[in-house]
Write a protein that binds this ligand. Structure first.
Ligand code: LRH
Ligand code: MN
Length: 430
């Protein structure tokens, strides 16, 4: 029997807070009305906001040094979906799950689709994996996959991606995300152009296998697992590849895949302008690809990214329709709590960006009034939109306070009874 959060418990928990939320909502409504903003219009948009959760983020993550699993770890995609349903029941903005193959591979995808339907969950982008060798794999990815000098390894990687598309079609997904760890650790180890030509040749074969209504998202990353060069190292190589492949190929921005202090919101603006923004892997980081909780370190950067996204919406930018997804590793928190917290953090950045006075901003930009332009953004960013987020969850049947309701449910302890401790702390992100 699938463990869910009892609707009665959600109602009971909400009853304690509903009065305060309504008070705060009214006060914020009056504040926004003075700026000519109707709070219910904003809340309606907040209710439509969706961000996908990564199946691999529902288990405790680790590093190359160690992984310290928590209790009641999900052991397979069925239990990862169970936990994802709890996240969506409470946060009401994460109805989509993004799987990773072969980590989430099953024998019967129709059965898996049936199970996700039961949980009112949908399938987001499919992530292929050619950064690990599978047991008994004939041709290794040690020296790369889609760009490997070995045609056999490249063919294996191409075949895996085409298989991922088939599995994705069975689940109702419409996107394939391709991140490869291909690269080099020593100067001279790889011929940069030849390697990129091999990569593009392989990706063209994957692109040819895309159903007409699918997109192929290319994910760039500065380093790791390669530590000298990476085949798609930055947004430049990414957009070149996406343009070379065709209109269904777009670039995916994982926030942690950039050098510290890179202006990611400007990269987003460029990708929007050239209709090549496919989507995001939201997380936060201080040093490398730390995969920390979204908005936990750089909430203003996350807001500035949504300022570009809302501006594109506001301008009805042609070819604009990015996909939002979290991609995090939860090494020291309960993954369900971190994913709910992070989904709300990204939703908060979106809602705050909706409050930006765009005609005024345009005026200040035109007149080079830098201070007032900056203040116009800061005014929106510093507006506490918590009442709008809580009201959106309340109106959709979710929890006003997802973390408190989750803890009151005792869900983790309950599933720990059913899921024997996976023991062993091994290492690695999953
Ligand atoms: C690479 C990455 C990629 C996933 C993996 C789990 O660092 O961000 O998106 O395939 O993490
Ligand atoms: Mn990612």
């Amino acid at each position: 029997m699938t463990q869910r959060i009892d609707k009665a418990l959600i109602a009971e928990q909400n009853a304690k807070l509903e009065g305060y939320v309504k008070q705060d909502y009214e006060a914020l409504g009056n504040q926004l009305a003075r700026q000519g903003i109707n709070i219910d219009d904003i809340t309606a948009k907040a209710e439509l906001f969706q961000i996908a959760v990564p199946s691999w983020g529902t288990g405790t993550g680790g590093t190359r040094f160690a992984r310290f699993p928590g209790i009641g770890e999900p052991r397979n995609i069925w239990e990862k979906l169970e936990d994802s349903a709890v996240i969506n029941d409470l946060s009401q903005c994460t109805e989509r799950v993004s799987p990773h193959f072969p980590w989430d591979k099953v024998d019967d995808f129709t059965e898996l689709k049936g199970f996700s339907d039961e949980l009112s969950l949908k399938w987001d982008s499919i992530n292929s994996n050619t950064f690990q060798d599978q047991a008994g794999q004939e041709h290794s990815f040690k020296y790369g996959s889609l760009s490997n000098t070995s045609q056999e390894s490249r063919d294996l990687a191409i075949a895996h991606n085409l298989e991922c598309i088939e599995w994705g079609q069975a689940l109702g997904s419409k996107t394939l995300t391709v991140w490869v760890g291909d690269g080099s650790n020593h100067p001279g180890q790889q011929h940069f152009q030849h390697a990129f030509e091999r990569y593009l040749d392989s990706m063209k074969k994957i692109y040819a296998g895309l159903p007409k209504d699918w997109e192929l998202h290319i994910e760039h990353k500065m380093f790791e697992p390669a530590f000298y060069s990476t085949i798609i190292q930055d947004w430049g190589s990414n957009i070149l590849a996406a343009m070379e492949l065709g209109p269904q190929a777009k670039s995916l921005v994982d926030l942690g895949h950039h050098a510290p202090n890179v202006n990611i919101e400007m990269i987003v603006s460029r990708l929007i302008q050239f209709k090549k923004l496919g989507g995001f892997h939201f997380n936060d980081s201080k040093y490398g690809d730390d995969d920390l909780d979204s908005g936990s370190l750089h909430p203003y950067q996350q807001f500035l990214i949504f300022n570009e996204l809302v501006d594109a919406e506001y301008r009805n930018q042609e070819g604009f329709g990015p996909n939002y997804m979290l991609d995090q590793s939860h090494n020291v928190t309960d993954p369900i709590e971190s994913l709910m917290n992070s989904a709300a953090s990204v939703q908060r950045s979106y809602v705050a960006a909706l409050l930006v006075d765009r005609p005024a901003l345009t005026e200040y930009q035109t007149n080079n009034d830098a201070l007032m332009a900056s203040n116009t953004l800061k005014k929106a960013f510093t507006t506490d939109v918590s009442p709008i987020l809580a009201m959106a969850r309340l109106r959709k049947g979710g929890a006003i306070d997802p973390i408190a309701t989750y803890r009151a449910s005792g869900y983790r302890q309950a599933v720990a009874e059913k899921r024997p401790n996976s023991g062993g702390n091994g290492s690695g992100i999953v």
